[in-house]
Design a protein around this ligand. Structure first.
Ligand SMILES: *Cc1c(COP(=O)(O)O)cnc(C)c1O
Length: 352
């Protein structure tokens, strides 16, 4: 059945192992991030087998799917106060930046007779989540006063909203803040979490501050790329996930529409380049399932030229007579396309 996403667990395991091995040389461990593939348990399991220390995700629904996985579960997105009880039930650790939410977690942990571990997020300039440096002491003190919460460590998130690149300056700041907390409050922080796939290049260039001991890695495991500069990770698989869609029409037609041009299905006024007659294929997949701009056909002779909700149009002129109606075209996906494809209920997931 098509369209389908074919997921190679061995490649996920090998990508995890490659990165975990490199990180472990600097005494850094990995949380493997499962949110882009909606927490499919057997895929997450492959990352654990590849050496990830824990599984991290943004959504509790995904942790419900992964309930049988035998590892620490880390909630990446700041908890909603309204989900505090489920956070404590489903996760061992959560990332936090709000004292009121921490109080709700403390209360929920008390009720569940559990200890919940937290990583306090510090905003070092990317302007997504995290407390400001000036609020560190106040917040740590508040956590120390909570009986059912343990401060596991601190962390930073970069290159997500503001596009800020990690380096010795901002990660150095994180390390200094950790040292300050340890001294001021006479405690040891287990985790100093230096970011996501955009921090990986620092493992190679020797600029990772030595006290950083954790990274939270999603995209690099799944797509084989680091995300500060978009570079391929040497030796990693870029094709652990492949999308397949079936051709439902294949005809030679004009390359520009005939008639007065108004708006397309999404309210945009389309423009066209006249390439004369073209061998055009329609695949049964569309914007409801993926963003076509994020797909790369494995057959380099194919060009994607547009899509509506359920139809994707491709120029197959250069392929000659290779394809026929009923045949399948394969694509690699970028992060955005993968996120959508994994989430689309219309795309079957085939796990190898
Ligand atoms: C999504 C996310 C990550 C993983 O990011 P990648 O770029 O996929 O490695 C890490 N930390 C947090 C807080 C996240 O939300």
């Amino acid at each position: 059945m098509y369209p389908r996403l074919v997921i190679n667990r061995q490649k996920i395991k090998e990508n995890t192992a490659l990165i975990a091995e490199k990180a472990s040389q600097l005494d850094i461990d990995l949380y493997a991030v499962s949110k882009v593939y909606c927490g499919m348990p057997s895929v997450a399991q492959a990352s654990i087998e590849g050496g990830a220390k824990a599984i991290a995700d943004s959504r509790l629904e995904n942790f419900e799917k992964m309930i049988d996985l035998n590892c620490d579960k880390v909630l990446l997105r700041l908890p909603m106060q309204s989900e505090a009880e489920r956070v404590v039930a489903l996760c061992d650790i959560s990332l936090n930046s709000e004292i009121e939410t921490l109080k709700a977690l403390d209360h929920a942990a008390d009720k569940a007779t559990k200890k919940h571990r937290v990583i306090l997020m510090i905003d070092l300039g990317d302007l997504r989540e995290g407390i400001l440096k000036a609020d560190v002491d106040k917040t740590v003190k508040a956590i120390m006063d909570m009986k059912h919460i343990t401060l596991e460590g601190i962390g930073v998130n970069l290159t997500c909203y503001g596009g800020v690149i990690p380096g010795p300056d901002n990660l150095g700041d994180l390390v200094s803040i950790a040292a300050h907390i340890e001294k001021e409050f006479d405690l040891a922080l287990k985790v100093i979490s230096g970011g996501n796939s955009s921090s990986l290049f620092l493992l190679d260039n020797g600029e990772m501050p030595s006290k950083i001991n954790n990274l939270r890695i999603g995209e690099a495991i799944v797509l084989g790329r680091e995300t500060a500069y978009g570079d391929i990770i040497k030796g990693a698989h870029e094709d652990a996930f492949i999308l397949e869609a079936e051709i439902i029409e294949l005809k030679t037609k004009d390359s520009i529409p005939t008639g007065k041009i108004g708006m397309d299905a999404f309210g945009n006024k389309p423009t066209f380049v006249d390439k004369g007659k073209m061998l055009r294929a329609i695949a049964a997949i569309g914007r409801q399932d993926v963003n076509p701009e994020g797909l790369t056909p494995l057959d380099e002779r194919i060009e994607i030229i547009g899509a509506s909700s359920d139809h994707m149009i491709m120029d197959l002129t250069a392929t000659g007579e290779t394809y026929a109606v009923g045949q399948v075209v394969q694509f690699r996906l970028d992060y955005g396309a993968m996120l959508k494809a994994c989430t689309s209920e219309y795309i079957k997931k085939v796990i190898l």
